[in-house]
Design a protein around this ligand. Structure first.
Ligand SMILES: [Zn+2]
Length: 341
C-alpha cells in the first residue's frame, strides 16, 4: 500500500512538473539583488545565521527552503505535494516558506480493532471509521496506510486531553489488529496479547511519526486515555513501558519517585478513602494529568473508568478501576514528571 501511495505522489509531482513546462516564463522576472548572509544576536546571546535572501519589490524572501528542523524547532520538513493550482497562474513555493509554521498533527493515538485482519481492512476502509495506519498481525513487513497524514481520519470520536478536544482534528491514529477482550459473568475482562512482531511494527511506525511531527511524550496516548468512559483500547497488554524504555516513545513514571510517594499514598488510601475531599484531590490529579473528568467528590462511574484507563496505561497488573496506593503514587509521580504547562 505504501508503494502505491508513493507512486501516486510521484505521478502528482510529474504532473505538476509537466504543467510548469507549459507556463509562459516571460511573465516572471529574473530574481536579482541576492544579499549575503547576515548575522543577528538573539536574546539568549546566541549567534544565529540569517538565511540568504533575495529582494523583490523591496520585500526580502529566503532563497532556500528554510522550513527544516535545524531552522525551526517546530517543523521537521518533509515537503508537501498538496498545493493550489489556480487556472492560468503558477504557485511559487520553493523559496517562500515562512518560518512561522508547524504541523497540525499534535497527537499520536493508539487503538486495537477488535476485528481480524481482513475484516479490519474492510471496516476501516469501507465504513464511517478509519485510521491513518493499520498494523496487521500477519507477521510480514507491511503497514497499511489508509488515510493521508495531512487529512483527518475518524478514529478518536468524542475525545479530550488536557486543553484539547476532538482529537481527530490534531492526531494521527494507528489501529492495531487485535481482538480486544472477553468478559466473564462478573464483568472481569481477559485481553488478547499482541505479538512481538506486531509491537515492533507499531514501535517503528510510532517512532517515525513522533520524530517527524515532534509529538511530545504527553501526547502519545491510548484511545482509552482520551475517551476513558467509552473505550478500553489498546488495553492493559499493550506494552507502553517497553515503548518508553526501548524506543523512547510516550510517557512513563520514575520508579524512584513512585517509591518515595508510596508511603504517604498508603496512608491516604487507608485513612481517607471515602472522604469527599480526598476523592476531589484524586479527581483533580486525574484532570491535571490530562483526563477529562468532572470533580464530584464521589467514586462515580466516570471516575472509576478514568482510573481504569490510567491503570491500563501505567499499572496494567491490576485494572479494576479502584484507586489503590500504588495507582495513587503512580499518578502523583506522573504529575511530577509531566506537569501541565
Ligand atoms: Zn479505538
Amino acid at each position: 500500500m505504501r508503494k502505491t501511495l508513493y507512486i501516486i505522489g510521484l505521478s502528482t509531482l510529474v504532473f505538476s512538473c509537466t504543467s510548469q513546462k507549459n507556463t509562459n516564463k516571460n511573465i516572471y522576472r529574473t530574481k536579482t539583488a541576492v544579499s549575503q548572509p547576515k548575522t543577528a544576536v538573539n536574546s539568549d546571546s546566541q549567534e544565529k545565521i540569517k538565511p540568504q535572501v533575495t529582494k523583490e519589490h523591496g520585500v526580502e524572501f529566503f532563497t532556500a527552503n528554510i522550513a527544516d528542523i535545524t531552522k525551526n524547532d517546530n517543523t521537521a520538513s518533509y515537503g508537501s505535494i498538496v498545493s493550489a493550482k489556480p487556472a492560468g497562474y503558477k504557485v511559487v513555493k520553493t523559496h517562500f516558506p515562512a518560518i512561522a509554521q508547524n504541523f497540525r498533527q499534535k497527537y499520536l493515538i493508539l487503538h486495537y480493532t477488535v476485528l481480524p485482519d481482513d475484516k479490519s481492512v474492510q471496516v476501516l476502509t469501507q465504513q464511517s471509521v478509519s485510521a491513518h495506519y493499520l498494523v496487521n498481525n500477519l507477521g510480514d513487513n507491511e503497514i497499511y496506510q489508509l488515510v493521508d497524514e495531512n487529512k483527518r481520519s475518524y478514529h478518536a470520536g468524542i475525545s479530550a486531553w488536557r486543553a484539547d478536544k476532538n482529537l481527530n482534528d490534531t492526531s494521527i491514529g494507528i489501529e492495531i489488529v487485535n481482538m480486544g477482550y472477553t468478559a466473564d459473568a462478573t464483568g472481569a475482562k481477559t485481553f488478547q496479547p499482541f505479538s512481538d512482531e506486531q509491537i515492533k511494527k507499531v514501535a517503528a511506525l510510532a517512532k517515525d511519526i513522533v520524530t517527524r511531527y515532534q509529538i511530545p511524550a504527553t501526547n502519545v496516548l491510548a484511545h482509552s486515555d482520551i475517551a476513558p468512559t467509552r473505550k478500553q483500547d489498546p488495553g492493559p497488554l499493550f506494552p507502553w513501558k517497553k515503548l518508553y524504555d526501548e524506543y523512547q516513545i510516550g510517557m512513563w513514571y520514575d520508579e524512584a519517585a513512585k517509591q518515595t510517594l508510596l508511603t504517604t499514598a498508603q496512608t491516604d488510601i487507608s485513612t481517607k478513602y471515602n472522604d469527599a475531599a480526598f476523592i476531589y484531590t484524586i479527581q483533580m490529579a486525574l484532570q491535571k494529568f490530562g483526563y477529562a473528568l468532572d470533580s464530584s467528590g464521589k467514586w462515580d462511574d466516570a471516575t472509576k473508568k478514568t482510573i481504569e484507563a490510567l491503570q491500563y496505561h501505567f499499572r496494567p497488573q491490576n485494572y479494576n478501576g479502584i484507586m489503590d496506593a500504588e495507582t495513587w503514587a503512580i499518578l502523583q509521580a506522573l504529575n511530577q514528571k509531566y506537569p501541565t504547562k
